[in-house]
Design a protein around this ligand. Structure first.
Ligand code: SAM
Length: 188
């Protein structure tokens, strides 16, 4: 089959970012202790915990899980009211020293916490996975023509991290930047 004739995999709505990241992580890594910084409603944390990961949401807001969500096959799961409070939650702003209790720190659209997560991983020898969206509340000045995500990769590399990237199949900012030096690998 030529490149031209290859079927194009349609990108999903960005609402499926949790399901796609869950699928990618569980295919690649053995379960570990995860902090979902700025985890919001906790859907990623819920999905990962269903796959054996020990996940804590760190977020100053106490938001319930959505009442229903679809998996990647478009099957619907309904959660009862009593199932919608994600059990493991630190209801506080993220502080670097919180990293010491986890193997992997995830920041998906974690406003203002991306650089702090990198600093924390450096200090405590942990891995990070970031899906950064914007520079809001980060200790960096946005300069014209300078891509924020590239700046973040540079920032981590200057601290000695071997940064990897991966694009997930959804519409919008879908670039994941991550390290996996300390994680148990299932596949490359
Ligand atoms: C844009 S939402 C992202 C939520 C979810 N990760 C997602 O992808 O939909 C940003 C989240 O970061 C949380 N947040 C804001 N400041 C924070 C901080 N200092 N530490 C941890 N979480 C924070 C907000 O409460 C909010 O839930």
């Amino acid at each position: 089959m030529t490149e031209k004739n290859k079927p194009v995999k349609r990108r999903l709505n960005h609402r499926f970012r949790f399901q796609l990241l869950h699928q990618w992580l569980t295919k690649k890594y053995l379960p570990c202790k995860v902090a979902d910084v700025g985890g919001g409603k906790g859907l990623l944390a819920y999905l990962l915990s269903q796959s054996g990961f020990d996940v804590t949401v760190i977020d100053p807001l106490d938001l319930p899980l959505p009442p229903r969500f679809k998996d990647l096959n478009k099957n619907r799961t309904k959660l009862k009211p009593e199932e919608r409070a994600f059990a493991k939650k630190i209801q506080k702003p993220f502080e670097e020293e919180m990293a010491k209790d986890f193997d992997l720190l995830i920041g998906m659209h974690a406003h203002g916490s991306n650089m702090k997560i990198i600093n924390a991983c450096k200090q405590y020898g942990k891995d990070f996975l970031l899906l950064p969206c914007c520079v809001i509340d980060e200790p960096i000045v946005k300069r014209p023509g300078v891509n924020w995500i590239n700046s973040l990769v540079d920032y981590a590399e200057k601290q000695g991290f071997e940064v990897k990237t991966e694009r997930l199949n959804f519409v919008g900012q879908s670039l994941v930047i991550y390290t996996d030096k300390h994680l148990g690998l299932i596949s490359n």
